[in-house]
Design a protein around this ligand. Structure first.
Ligand code: ZN
Length: 61
């Protein structure tokens, strides 16, 4: 499984694999993927595209 999402920290669209997918959620609008970029930025991806969390300093992982 591979997907891409826009990462504000990278300021670019980043190609991600299943290792970046930290969760899945089934909603009325379909499956939503919760992703974490290699840099630690998190966001979601749904049928309308990616929705990154607001840019902030993160030290997760
Ligand atoms: Zn990133």
């Amino acid at each position: 499984m591979m997907f891409s999402a826009f990462c504000p920290t990278h300021d670019a669209t980043v190609l991600m694999t299943k290792r970046n997918a930290i969760g899945f959620e089934n909603t009325d609008h379909g499956t939503v993927i919760h992703w974490r970029c290699n840099c630690g930025h998190e966001g979601t991806l749904d049928r309308n595209g990616s929705h990154a969390e607001p840019t902030r300093v993160m030290h997760s992982v």
